[in-house]
Each structure stands twice: as C-alpha cells, then as structure tokens.
Ligand binder design. Sequence first.
Ligand SMILES: [Fe+2]
Length: 243
Amino acid sequence: MFFRKKTAEHNYSFLGADMHNHILPGIDDGAQTIQDSLALLTALKSMGFCKVIPTPHTYTALYPNTPETIKAAFDILRNNLENAELGLPVVDAFASEYMIDDHFSSIRTRNQPLTFGGNRVLIEMSFADSAPMLMDEIFQLQLQGYIPVLAHPERYPYLFGQTAYFEHLVAIGCELQLNLLSLSDHYGKGPQKTAIKILEKSLYTWAGTDTHHMGHIDLLQSLMASNIFRKIVEYPFKNKALV
Ligand SMILES: [Fe+2]
C-alpha cells in the first residue's frame, strides 16, 4: 500500500472570467460551428471559468467583422445556450479583438468599438510588422473615452524582451493582456520568456485564454499542472472584476 501526497488543486477559477477568446461560431478562425462553441464553453467551465466574453477578430483583410456580424453570431450562441444543458459559463456580453492597421481609424470613428469591462477596447497588432500607428491609435482611443488593452504583448517578435517599451505602454494608460498559453512553450520560447519578464514587472492587468479550438483547451489543461501556474494564481489579474 502506498500513500499519495495530497497536492493543491488548481484551476482557472482564480480568474473567473475569460476576456479573450474566439468561441463565437463561424465568424473568424475560432469556433466554426455552434457545436464547436458549446464544446469549448463546456471545457472552459470545467477548468473553472464561470464567465466568458467572446472577442472575435475585427480584421479587415481576413475577418471583416462589424458589431452587427458579431451580434448575429452571439445571438445564435445565445439561442442555443437556452436549449443547452445548464452548467455552461455565463455568456451575456461580447466584444472584439481589433487589429491595429490602416483600417482601424475609420472603424474607430465610424462604428463605436465593442468594449468589455466598461469602456475597454481589446487591440492587437500584426505578428509580422510593428504598427507605426499604435501610439496614435492608443491616444485617439483615449480621447474618445476608451481604455486600450493590448492583447498578448509577449507574442510580437519585434517586441521580444522589450521591457522598457511595455513599461511605457502601461505608463501612457494602455493595459496589457497575457495569453495564458504564452507561459507554456506553445507559441515558442520568445513569447514564453517575454511573458515571464512582463509578469515579473507586474505590467499585466488581464489574462485571457485566446481559445480558438480544442487544441488550446488541451494545452490550458496541461498548464494547470505546471510549476509556472503557481505564479499566475498569485498574480493580481483584474479578471474577477468582470464576473
Ligand atoms: Fe485572439
């Protein structure tokens, strides 16, 4: 007979809400069908998320979504949630992940950007090239009363290790959002090392799963069992404020 040492059970309930994911069906490179959406939501709930705020891409070149196309996909999900079994996370709001490109300024001025957490706008940049208009777009969003939140700053190759730049972004009022899977080596060593640096500097405000498919769910499960997980459980992310 042997005794197994009891270890603390960890899951993502310390975050409560996931504010970056692609679980709405059929409008970007995330869930393609309502069945995909429900499977992802079921898995997120089982890992401790009690609320999920979908953030499909608004990216003119690839996923030219508008508040209307996103609302339509959200309504499809809501109609199916009513029929689905209980025990899924709350999905009562949606936002978007806006690509900062040449089209963004007209999206910002013509449509009201979709927001989460009150007046926050989730933005991203190309992984290939830096966006020279980033600083101006941050400023313009702020002038319009929004708080910009840069998605996964650790994932942009041209920003690997650029701690001073991240400190500057936070100083000018741009919040930063960690992709949880950056802490594994899923996106590579550059994002992993950069994420740890940003964490150690306490520059992140938010954490998100950026879930697109079940492969991400499997990796999020593995992350729960890793040593780094203890570090993020203790980090004061603001996600709980969204619940
Ligand atoms: Fe994303």
